[in-house]
Design a protein around this ligand. Sequence first.
Ligand SMILES: Cc1cc2nc3c(=O)[nH]c(=O)nc-3n(C[C@H](O)[C@H](O)[C@H](O)COP(=O)(O)OP(=O)(O)OC[C@H]3O[C@@H](n4cnc5c(N)ncnc54)[C@H](O)[C@@H]3O)c2cc1C
Length: 395
Amino acid sequence: MTLMQRRSLLLGAGALSLGACASTTVLPPPPATARTHLPPLNLSSDRIVRITVCSRPFRPAGPRVEAESLGDKRLVHNYGHGGSGWSLSWGSAEIARELALSGGVGSVAVIGCGAIGLTTATLLQRAGARVTVYASERLPETRSARATGLWTPDSRIADADRVDAAFPDVWERMARASWAMHQTYVGQPAEPVAFLDRYGVGGVRAPDPDTGFQPLPATPPVEIRFASYGSRLAGLTPRSRPLSPDQHGFQAERVRVAPEMQFNIAELSRRLIADFQADGGRLERRTFHTPADLTALSEPVIVNCTGYGARALFGDDTLVPVRGQMAWLPPQPEVRYGFYGNGVSVMSRPDGVGVQRIAGDMFGYDVEGETIDTLEAQDAILRAAAAFAPRPAAV
Ligand SMILES: Cc1cc2nc3c(=O)[nH]c(=O)nc-3n(C[C@H](O)[C@H](O)[C@H](O)COP(=O)(O)OP(=O)(O)OC[C@H]3O[C@@H](n4cnc5c(N)ncnc54)[C@H](O)[C@@H]3O)c2cc1C
């Protein structure tokens, strides 16, 4: 299930999932908690503190996780995770680790210090390898640091018409292993991973004509059938439930809610780097221009976790950038919920309230460059605020 399909399901009548291991007895829905007074979000575009933009590394055939030879070295690729890199990181790292250590446990070079590189380095280290991470940028500077940070394991992960027959099983293995590992960071100091209520909001009133929203940019003349595997995880994630109007603070026709896992990326990054270094891992800032540059490294095994950088470094022209932008407002620690609907996604993290324009999986597809669009940011905030605006009086 793509992110958009998951969203529409959350907004629709059906429950999200029934557990794969659940018995056939259908239990009544749990009693809803009355929550009429959600702490208000302060949604105003004059409060924007930063706007971040990044390209998702979309690969139609799905992430490349495979081994090959590079001179006398073993080269393992682990890149191309689209809009799912944080979500799938640990499971993908697990497969890359198996490939990297198949000849024995020794020294390994990991190229890349984003979500994929650091989780791969961590698992290699836990298996006993001596690991050095080489990268142009460290995690706070990488594209990974500009992600939304939600559990979105099949967001722009592949083109359903371009994956091989084994991929859905590989994806499921990655997703389940990642989910389990992410749980180990829940409830830790400063909450590197947390569960927050997330509302799906449908039927928000139309804006006033004089405060109309920005029109969407034209989508490219291709239509990708984005792979959708969410149903394979049935029972793993919490189910959503509908709320009656007295149980939420939105001005919307339909509202559902479910706890959703989110990554507090600043703290998770800090933890991953600190733990890696505390266990003897080394970080070295270095840029590689051609695969031949890698042969100069002393390590006999190299894991390539360069994300979209693999397009230039390894000439992988199948990588397509999918642009995404977030507008950030000052943190509101009292707001422990997020929502999506009316064409936006809003989340509350310790480093800020992020507001993102969303408009289907083709939005931002094949948009080169990471240029800030201030109008898009303002529009997203206007749309978000409309979800709370009072309804016009009935006539
Ligand atoms: C707006 C947006 C929202 C997103 N939201 C989510 C979300 O909610 N959940 C989710 O799971 N995913 C999300 N993603 C996707 C996620 O951010 C990516 O899949 C993930 O960041 C990819 O991680 P990476 O480590 O492969 O790449 P990167 O973070 O790009 O890291 C690549 C690393 O390789 C290094 N490198 C590259 N080339 C070279 C070179 N030639 N020499 C040396 N070093 C090099 C870089 O310096 C960097 O350290 C989102 C993406 C965007 C754009």
